[in-house]
Design a protein around this ligand. Sequence first.
Ligand code: ADP
Ligand code: MG
Ligand code: ZN
Length: 611
Amino acid sequence: MTNFSKNILWAVMTLILISMVFSVFTETTAKPERLSLSQVAERINAGQVAEIGINGDDLTVKLADGKTALSKKETEAGITESLKNLNVNPDALQKIKITVESPSGFQYWAAILIPTLLPILIIGAIFWFMFRQARTGVNQAFSFGRSNIRLSGFGKEKVTFNDVSGLKEAKEELLEIVQFLKDPKKFLDLGARIPRGVLLMGPPGTGKTLMARAVAGESNVPFFNISASEFVEMFVGVGASRTRDAFATAKKAAPAILFVDEIDAVGRQRGAGLGGGNDEREQTLNQILVELDGFDRDTRVIVLAATNRPDILDPALLRPGRFDRRVVLDLPDINDREEILKIHSKGKALAKDVDLRKLAVRTPGFSGADLANLMNEGAILTGRANKKVIGQDELYSAVEKVILGPERRNRAISENEKKITAYHEGGHALVAASLKGADPVHKISIISRGMAGGYTMKLPLEEEHLRTKTQFLNDIAVMMGGYASERMTFGDVSTGASDDIRQASELARKLVTKYGMSEKLGPLTFGKTEEMIFLGREISTEKNYSEKMAEKIDDEVRAFAERAHATAQKILQTNKKALKKIAETLMEKETLEGDEFYNLLKPFKIKPVVV
Ligand code: ADP
Ligand code: MG
Ligand code: ZN
């Protein structure tokens, strides 16, 4: 509707313009004086006329004083005849030069055609205009089928392997791809089939996207980037046509890399989804498969795809000739973390005494993205404190902020609550310090952060990939430390312990049902956990054991929890004085660093306890 009224407006404006142009022209031509034929006759008799030009019925009268005037004669009659009829003196007439000009071809035709053609032309223009408008509308509708594929990775944006720290194995694997893109002939001559699809898998934030960019940067080819979720939109069939378009664009630019981010958005096992939009997803997936199969032997396009859920991908995607190469990107270990921190401290004003290694020690389980975020938080905290350089303390606070959320110093907390929290955290820390083989305490704090009232940070000495039963039992006992301490000191328990209890129970249950660590039930797992593919979460556990067994499992879980509680209780009972000292120091200082804490314990000569 708006388009239509716009067109009308245009048409009216065009008409006004045209009429203005015409009026200008007619004005300029109308300048000479207009004379009636009888006036002309009078002037001839007066001897004022020098020359008369005839053009059709128009007369151009050149006067003796050099001026020009216009007139018209009768259509049918000749000029001399008409003038004679008007009593012009024949002698005077003879003196006048009369020339007959035939009308020029252009003028003649213009006179005939313009009046008939102009309206047609104007109407035609209006129609053309409307059609053009309509066509862009249609085009917009059709462009849904075009992928909004992005080309990037050139100039400043260029990323190389140097920007990706750690991930050595992944880099080695991908180096092959780089070599192939640079010098395909070497491989083709050997009869090697060109890799087509490489699947980058790893937890979120481990640098999958970064790595894909780096591969493009290293091989110096265009990097086309699309997120699989963009394939699927409102309209059915859009996904498939976008896929076609994305592949066609990449092929045109070959050698090139086509990066499909978060491919699990379309690559989920077919027929396994919940809810609508499922068909569309399948069609898109099918189209991706078709495109991958349709590559010629020497098409120099490599499709990289990233996912953090390789387990839910459709097996058809992983078949040879499709995404048959899989590169795993792990969470960084301590050395890699130090490297990543180094990369992200570039361009930041770090204090000279900042020890990134110590920071790496405190950040097990952090992904590359978490570490990047951590350095950024450190800079923000420093800025907020109006300091010029980022110090170690700011970075430590940033770690805690990333893990637990922002500090909430201003939260009103009564003296009593503070005391409970101090004894609670003191209990955790003391149990951790007393247990043989438990992870050492790095920091204790009773300042609330995020949802936690306080926290005790304990970290393993070394990076570990396996955890033993003893360590788990230690963990459960440490978790019970807070609860046990509250109960012993105040004869009462607060809600502050609820999260500990929940974690302890879950861990104890896992020991029994998942890890086979119960002596009584032996090396068996119980329950088959179904992951709901749509939600990507465990939502149901199939019970594959009898009621009788269920009872036994419950008993075992309970036995683990009670044993841990007993251990914690015993430790706290025997070291009541130490607990009091820790709690009082905490109430005064609010936070204790690891070495302060262990210094505090020294005079008490705590005997190590085995769970
Ligand atoms: P993913 O795609 O795996 O979720 P990204 O590649 O988007 O993760 O990583 C997010 C950010 O984290 C990157 O832009 C980078 O700043 C940082 N990062 C992650 N891994 C690394 C790494 N190995 N080296 C350097 N920076 C990293
Ligand atoms: Mg990503
Ligand atoms: Zn606790």
